[in-house]
Design a protein around this ligand. Structure first.
Ligand code: HEM
Length: 223
């Protein structure tokens, strides 16, 4: 038992171990984004059939029909993953800044806009999430989920804020997606361009899907 704890401590305190933890927690968050988007896409279900409100409301009610302990276990698990992801990212960033003073030229040459703004986009997404949870989870009502979403996005400022935050999410997800494969050693020089393209495609599908909702409300397609 003592050996296992020592091995875990050594892994967590090593630079490679920290990168793997950031990558794995990032991958869990990416999976959440895919699942959440799939649920949100039910807002388009039934459009034009005179029953526009039903699909997403059924979906939201179904989520809340889960036993309370399971819902809270998932929420707390997700929160723990998010906090570990943020905590370890900040430690890595701190180590990076210290190392860069030594190898400054090398670092700035390789950095892309997305990689340089990871902390900034991460903080914006965090602020967005606080607002989003307050708006649609704390003040939401699963039976009227559709109406809440339309009511929120009919306000252009609210839609604009979502679109700006989700654009940050695109940059963050794009870089994060590439980094997951790099950190776990799957991205070699040869196949890196393929991962780069896959990261852009993944980010566009995910963020395009989310952004389509405020745009559809503003365009009157969802009303
Ligand atoms: C247009 C885009 C989005 C819409 C319409 C939307 C809609 C919703 C709704 C209706 C809920 C409440 C579900 C419920 O408890 O009944 C919710 C919860 C949540 N959303 Fe979103 N969402 C969007 C984008 C995002 C994004 C981009 C993120 C992450 C960066 C996110 C993260 C969350 C989280 C963490 C919850 C809490 C889940 C829970 O209740 O435990 N959402 N969202």
């Amino acid at each position: 038992m003592k050996d296992i704890i020592t091995t875990i401590c050594q892994f967590v305190t090593s630079s490679v171990g920290r990168k793997v933890i950031v990558a794995l927690t990032g991958a869990c968050l990416l999976l959440f984004l895919v699942g959440h988007l799939a649920g949100n896409m039910t807002i388009y279900g039934g459009l034009g059939g005179g029953n526009e409100t039903s699909w997403i409301n059924h979906y939201a009610q179904g989520l809340h029909a889960m036993p309370a302990w399971l819902l809270w276990a998932i929420r707390l698990g997700l929160l723990a993953v998010l906090l570990v992801h943020i905590g370890f990212t900040l430690v890595l960033k701190w180590e990076n800044v210290n190392a860069r003073t030594k190898y400054q030229k090398e670092g700035t040459l390789k950095a892309t806009l997305a990689s340089r703004t990871m902390v900034l986009t991460g903080v914006t997404i965090f602020c967005f999430m606080v607002f989003h949870l307050w708006q649609l989870t704390y003040n939401g009502d699963p039976a009227n989920c559709y109406e809440h979403i339309v009511h929120a996005f009919i306000n252009p400022w609210c839609s604009l804020f979502y679109i700006a935050a989700i654009s940050c999410l695109f940059m963050h997800v794009r870089h994060g997606f590439q980094s997951v494969f790099q950190s776990i050693g799957l991205s070699t020089r040869k196949i890196r361009p393929i991962f780069d393209l896959a990261a852009i495609a993944f980010g566009l599908v995910i963020c395009g899907g989310y952004i389509s909702i405020p745009l559809a409300v503003l365009a009157g397609i969802i009303r």
